[in-house]
Design a binder for this molecule. Structure first.
Ligand code: GLA
Length: 738
């Protein structure tokens, strides 16, 4: 068993040789945390890492004791993991160990997405009961350690065992106490069209947090935090990261307390949150995933990529090769009809595309974004024959057909809004704020979820639809649950998410063969919660190759390449106006789930030939691009270039990309050192698409050792690539072991 209980010292140790978490029951019954991080010998005791004879904070306020579920009001003045208000209005809790159960496997979480196992041997779970009889509260802390992964999943379940109602005000999914304050905090922050830039700074005394109060995780902050030792880089050094499997309001925070240690916590954002727990009722927090590595930030990303790609994403498409798609949005926006779409699809199939996606504008009377969301019936003006014949015509060309939907929204100009104005979120008697001329439906109401299931299922059943892009283009204002009583309005945001997850669950189980991609104006809800339903997400509305270099670099800290939609679009780019070479647009988009977002009819002959070669190349190496180990080599942030690579699991194949952002005169010698190769293997290194005609392009042979120690030559080029150079130029090398 990967979880051991020592009766003599009352210690619980979660261990698997990759990571350890050691907890101990203190003398006063509180559950202490002695260690989290580096793997420790499971046969030893670690009581010496905590206080001996700990009987609470009496006379020793502020003592930096590590606790598994810190509460407020008893002498620990740092940020709490749990605040529950009792019948008397007090929030003081005294959670005392009652018992625990260790079992193979991992149970699911009520109504919430979570990581899972396919075989109980893949993980071990302990449920630890902590009770406060005065409050009538039972807290079950659930901890799962996965076999051979440096990760631990954690959540809490609260049960009201008393006979009066309780109000949960804070219930964090994870709280970790680290022994000192010498950490850098790295978070992924941005905005629409520039999501997930890594920001790193040393922790200072006090609190530093990121979060969301928008009803979605948002473009602004990713629901994760990385704590890195100051010297930790991509490949070396210690780090610990926590990621929240949730898609709504969240808080991720690190606090360096007055006596020096760090406390990190992540979970539902406590602002505005209040959940009434009636006698007998229970509440489950979302799950947090904790990763530890001594191999730098890259080691933490490896841990998340493996777990999220293999045991969070689920369904038929989890392991299947994802199709190369062409999305209609930037090609034609709202301006299309049946024949135009079929012509686009004809152009796409000629390029080697496998899936044609019809984006926004196919329903109601939607010629722009001022109307029709909610009216999920085909617009017969544009598509007189309907979706069925359109899908059939596209499939007849040899493509699959996919469709855009935005189920959670309603336009004030729609039949749905006319029939059910009360289904749109808003506070009765107050005006509603519109954004993109749309309102959000109140998915905390079960009848709204039922209606959407029926409406969307009717669409998906009406044609041969293989793929769905599920968008969500605005955040929630005037939050108010129409069916909730005044005293339960603090539950609204979480209930919205529970309703949204329920809709996802119903539709993905009714249409198990459909490949779902989540989207929220690009990466506004790209989070582990969504990954549990949709194995891929539209990473950003910004399709410019140079912007994408930074966006995909950032997203890859947490998310695997198999989850990142990445498309080539036309130039000048629609978001930033930049003109980049077609080769570079592809070189960046290859590292993700590849596609195009343009009108093939507008391409020149040479462009068509180049795209045919790009798609053939991606399809040939798809397994590597979608499932290989992704290694970040050079950050494009604040530099003139960026580079990354993918490596096959057996380390016999790899593809490296380097993008020059701005070219500079008289550049100094520069070599790109690779990582993750087998030092004992010899690789054939072939530039792609290959040096200019006439040159032999089967490349040179180089040892894995020298490729990692000295690297590929960028200045001067070694081996020569034949790539043109200049601003926004790119190079790709294919490595294959002899
Ligand atoms: C959002 C998406 C885009 C596109 C439009 C359609 O912005 O992110 O990709 O689907 O909506 O309105």
């Amino acid at each position: 068993m990967a979880i051991t209980w020592r009766d003599d010292s009352r210690e619980l140790h979660l261990h698997n040789g990759r990571v350890s978490l050691v907890l101990a029951v203190h003398e006063n019954g509180w559950l202490g945390q002695l260690h989290v991080g580096a793997p420790l010998d499971p046969t030893a005791s670690y009581r010496h890492l905590g206080p001996t004879d700990f009987r609470g904070f009496a006379n020793r306020l502020d003592e930096p004791v590590g606790l598994a579920v810190p509460t407020a009001g008893s002498g620990d003045f740092r940020v709490p993991a749990l605040v529950v208000e009792g019948a008397d209005g007090s929030t003081v809790l005294d959670l005392v160990y009652r018992g625990h159960r260790i079992a193979a496997g991992k149970p699911g979480l009520d109504g919430l997405p979570s990581t899972y196992v396919e075989d109980p041997a893949e993980a071990t779970t302990v449920g630890i009961d902590l009770a406060d009889p005065i409050a009538g509260l039972l807290v079950t802390l659930s901890l799962t350690i996965f076999e051979d992964r440096p990760v631990i999943a954690r959540s809490m379940r609260l049960v009201n065992e008393g006979d009066t109602g309780l109000i949960i005000r804070t219930a964090m999914s994870a709280s970790l106490d680290l022994p000192d304050g010498a950490w850098d905090l790295l978070t992924l922050s941005g905005a629409w069209a520039r999501e997930r830039r890594p920001h790193r700074a040393a922790l200072l005394p006090g609190r530093r947090s990121v979060g969301s109060l928008r009803g979605a995780t948002g473009h602004g902050q990713d629901p994760s935090l990385f704590l890195l030792r100051p010297g930790t880089d991509e490949a070396h050094g210690e780090g610990l990261a926590i990621s929240l499997v949730y898609s709504g309001n969240f808080l991720a925070e690190a606090e360096v307390g007055p006596r020096g240690p760090t406390r990190a916590r992540i979970g539902l954002h406590p602002d505005g949150f209040a959940w009434t727990l009636e006698p007998g009722a229970s509440f489950t927090t979302p799950e947090a995933v904790i990763a530890w590595s001594a191999d730098g930030v890259g080691g933490l990303s490896d841990a998340f990529h493996g777990l999220f790609g293999e045991r969070l994403a689920r369904g038929a498409w989890r392991d299947r090769p994802r199709p190369v798609l062409l999305n209609s949005w930037e090609g034609v926006y709202f301006d299309f009809d049946h024949d135009r779409l079929v012509e686009m699809a004809r152009g796409a199939v000629d390029l080697g595309v496998e899936l044609f996606v019809l984006d926004d504008g196919w329903f109601g009377g939607r010629d722009d974004d001022t109307s029709s969301l909610g009216d999920w019936e085909v617009d017969r003006r544009k598509l007189p024959a309907g979706l069925g014949p359109l899908a059939a015509d596209i499939e007849a060309l040899g493509l699959r057909f996919g469709l855009w939907i935005e189920p959670e929204m309603v336009s004030p100009r729609s039949r749905l809004f006319e029939a059910h104005p009360d289904w749109a979120i808003g506070v009765p008697g107050r005006p509603r704020t519109e954004s993109r001329q749309q309102l959000v439906l109140d998915l905390s109401r079960p009848e709204v979820v039922d209606h959407l299931e029926t409406a969307i299922a009717a669409v998906l059943g009406s044609a041969s639809i293989s793929y769905v892009k599920w968008d969500m283009n605005r955040n929630i204002t005037e939050p108010y649950g129409g069916a909730l009583p005044p005293e339960r309005q603090g539950e609204f945001f979480h209930r919205y998410l529970l309703g949204t997850y329920e809709l996802w669950r119903r539709l993905t189980s009714r249409f198990p063969e459909v490949l779902f991609e989540s989207c929220a104006g690009g990466g506004g809800r790209f989070d582990p919660g969504m990954l549990a339903f949709a194995p891929q997400a539209w990473t950003s509305d910004d399709t410019d190759a140079i912007e994408r270099l930074a966006i995909q670099w950032g997203a890859s800290h947490v998310y695997p390449l198999s989850s990142m939609g990445a498309h080539v679009s036309a130039v000048p780019n629609h978001q930033v106006g930049r003109i980049t070479p077609l080769a570079t647009r592809a070189a960046v988009a290859f590292f993700g789930v590849f596609g195009y977002e343009l009108d093939p009819r507008a391409l020149s002959g040479p462009e068509r030939a180049e795209i045919r070669a790009q798609i053939a190349f991606y399809r040939e190496h798809r397994e590597l691009f979608q499932r290989g180990r992704f290694v970040r080599l050079r950050s494009p942030l604040g530099r003139d270039d960026g580079a990354w690579m993918v490596i096959s699991p057996d380390r016999r194949g790899a593809i490296v990309a380097h993008v020059r952002i701005l070219a500079r005169p008289v550049p100094p010698p520069d070599r790109l050192r690779l990582r993750g190769l087998d030092p004992g293997l010899t690789y054939r290194v072939s530039p792609w698409p290959g040096p200019s005609a006439g040159d032999a392009s089967d490349g040179v042979r180089r040892g894995g050792d020298v490729l990692m120690a000295a690297g590929l030559g960028l200045v001067p080029e070694d081996p020569p690539t034949g790539a043109p150079g200049g601003d926004f130029s790119s190079r790709i090398w294919v490595l294959s072991a002899d």
